[in-house]
Design a protein around this ligand. Structure first.
Ligand code: MN
Length: 213
């Protein structure tokens, strides 16, 4: 677990993202942070992050989470992020790494469902419970063989377990707002001087939202 790759990719005099320079010491007994950032970069994706060993383990989920246990969502591992990244919502300047709009889509805590998290990560089978505002209950991240252009690069799948929180509701469509500011991506881009037109392509369309009523 290291922030070297995170820091190498970013220019902290240009981007408003946290540098991770301060070691964030974890208080014993404090619950582990969980969060998802909806990120309209080159491609829309949802950054799924779990606090572990002083950093945020991170996976990019292109389609976002599904509450339906029969749906497996591709989750590509990305570099560890600093803990204070979990408070970031705003605009990364175009041309910078990850340039675009970031929304805090869900936030809460997580608990491993097994004793040895390091062994589970190594094995590629991490079962856990989420206590978020939007996502709750039991989930698994499971490593699988790579897909498409990178058949040798391992991918992971994010899958909901069957429990009271499983549903066929499309949570990415029904819950499009920031959990901290109730804004859409377009609002965050507008407030942060970002590309509003680009950001709005990550928000549910008016037509789609209307058809749900
Ligand atoms: Mn991202």
């Amino acid at each position: 677990m290291s922030l070297t790759e995170y820091q190498r990719k970013r220019r902290f005099d240009v981007t408003p993202e946290p540098s991770g320079a301060k070691e964030s010491a974890r208080k014993a007994g404090k619950a582990l942070a969980y969060l998802i950032q909806k990120h309209r970069a080159t491609q829309l994706h949802y950054d799924f992050r779990l606090e572990w060993n002083g950093v945020l383990l991170s996976w990019a989920v292109p389609k976002g989470p599904s509450l339906d246990p029969s749906v497996k969502r591709l989750a590509t591992p990305v570099e560890d992020h600093p803990l204070d990244y979990g408070n970031f919502e705003g605009v990364i300047p175009e041309g910078e790494y990850g340039g675009g709009t970031v929304m805090l889509w869900d936030q809460g805590t997580w608990e491993p469902e097994l004793e040895d998290v390091s062994a589970a990560l190594e094995k590629g089978d991490l079962k856990f419970t989420l206590h978020g505002k939007k996502l709750k209950g039991s989930w698994v991240l499971v490593r699988t063989r790579g897909f498409g252009k990178n058949p040798t690069r391992p991918s992971w799948l994010l899958i909901k377990h069957r429990d009271d929180f499983a549903s066929t509701e499309d949570v990415t469509e029904s819950e499009p707002y920031s959990v901290v500011s109730r804004r859409l991506l377009a609002d965050i881009a507008r407030d942060g001087g970002g590309d509003v037109a680009k950001a709005s392509t990550g928000d549910p369309s008016v037509k789609k939202r209307r058809s749900k009523v």
